[in-house]
Design a binder for this molecule. Sequence first.
Ligand code: FAD
Length: 522
Amino acid sequence: MKGLPSETDFVVIGAGVAGLRAAIELAAAGRVLVLAKKQISKTHAESGEGGLAAVLSDEDEITLHLQDTLTAGDGLCNPAAVKILVEEGAQRIEELIAWAKHNNRNGTKLVFGPESGHSRGRVLHAQGESTGTEILRALHTKAHAQKHISIVESAFSTSLIAHDGRVTGVSLIEDKGTPQEVACSAVLLATGAMGQLYRNTTNLDAATADGVALAFHAGAEVSDMEFVQFHPTVLYLKKAPRFLLSEALRTEGAHLRNIELDRFLAKYHPLGELAPRDVVARAIVHEMEVSRAKDPFVYLDLTHLSPAKVQKRFPRIFATFMQHNIDITEDLIPVRPAAHYCIGGVRTDLDGRASVAGLYAAGEVAATGVHGANRLPSNSLLESLVYGARAGKAMRDELKPAPKRETAHKAASSNGPVDAGAEGLISQIQDLMWNDVGIVRTRVAMQKAIKSLEEMAPKLANPKTRRAHEAANLHLAGLLVARSALAREESRGAHYRVDSPAHDDKKFLKHSVIRGDRVVFL
Ligand SMILES: Cc1cc2nc3c(=O)[nH]c(=O)nc-3n(C[C@H](O)[C@H](O)[C@H](O)COP(=O)(O)OP(=O)(O)OC[C@H]3O[C@@H](n4cnc5c(N)ncnc54)[C@H](O)[C@@H]3O)c2cc1C
């Protein structure tokens, strides 16, 4: 790890799959500074138990992956973006496999598996380890080998610097709490998710919508924010982390049972346990409501499957649960849905360009239109790879000299994670969003949430600590999600309204785009 320069060619905010893949591309054209607000190991790819979708086998076809993605997207995918994803995916993975082989001569065995929503077994798993961990390892090693790439951890980006309508740098709080500015030719946002907006989430603490807030304050367009994907099956045990139980378990035959121990999904969808994520999540919410339990949940049941097969196929899940005294081959697992993936974000073109010059976005923070209104499982690691590389190429081709600027050293701030005031505000936002802008939405509840969020605004102005910045970012993202969800007066994909349960293609077969306080549909 190196120190912070005051000037560089490119700044990449985020050291996950999208940020590192872009940095590797950029290193051919100039100096690249990659910033991560936590340790680089703390990214979501490390959690990728499910895998990565790609058409690499003879039994599969690109057109089928395209069609499955469009079907999941419920009418709102950008077909050109999906075509790029499925066509360029194989090349991105083959190069990754070559980099991984170069680093690890013993090799990691890769196998294809089935997954819900995919009509062919095209989800790639690295056996014995998490797929995401293997991808990150290959990217880290490749990035570290490039002398033009510097990766700086614990550097929290607080705002973007712009001159004459162009982004020309980043303000940040470095490890010791000192504010600093870095001038550059262009900035890539690869800041990942925003799941911390919700009381229950699979996302890490770092998923606080920073990239969306940075882009919004710089005047960039943000779109599709109403589409938040909730994962249906997440461990629900007091004092245990919200550990995700991937679709792969249900694909291998796991059942869902309500607290009466009855299987219930066939009542809601002909595919039963293999129904799309949003259908399963809503069915669970309904079963939890009718149970009238004070602290409701349902069970995931693997006890009828071969214990040896379960342990072999899911070694990480098996080992993690044993730490909580749950033997998944013998015990029922209490689960609830939780916020998992943000489909919307910074609106980009097919090369990651945002609507403000000098600003790019890739990975989960970007809204390329690839996922439409609902993401097909295992498409997001692929998106981070494919669109990270494309954004890197575009930035490289549009390189401009970084502006010369005096960097002012300001008073020390705080980069510490502890700030009781901010913590309390975050907790309020999480409850509001979970209760009023969650899996099942109504006009009245969303209007109430917007009013409460607007009333909180003065408490979030002028943040002084890292946690206070995160609280302000979550507050802004909460408002953007709630306003977009209220404006979309229909149900589609991951967005479900009891008061408008059907599609309205005439008015809403369009993307929501935030313009200031307004939401327009384009
Ligand atoms: C539990 C779980 C399981 C998943 N499983 C799968 C799966 O099986 N298959 C699949 O395709 N997808 C899966 N996903 C989704 C996928 O992992 C993510 O979409 C993907 O990893 C996002 O990559 P990214 O590079 O965009 O962001 P991330 O990997 O989240 O990286 C974000 C980076 O930005 C940095 N950052 C953020 N804000 C700032 C700031 N203000 N200043 C400086 N740095 C900042 C962070 O420190 C981090 O380095 C899963 C997600 C979760 C949560």
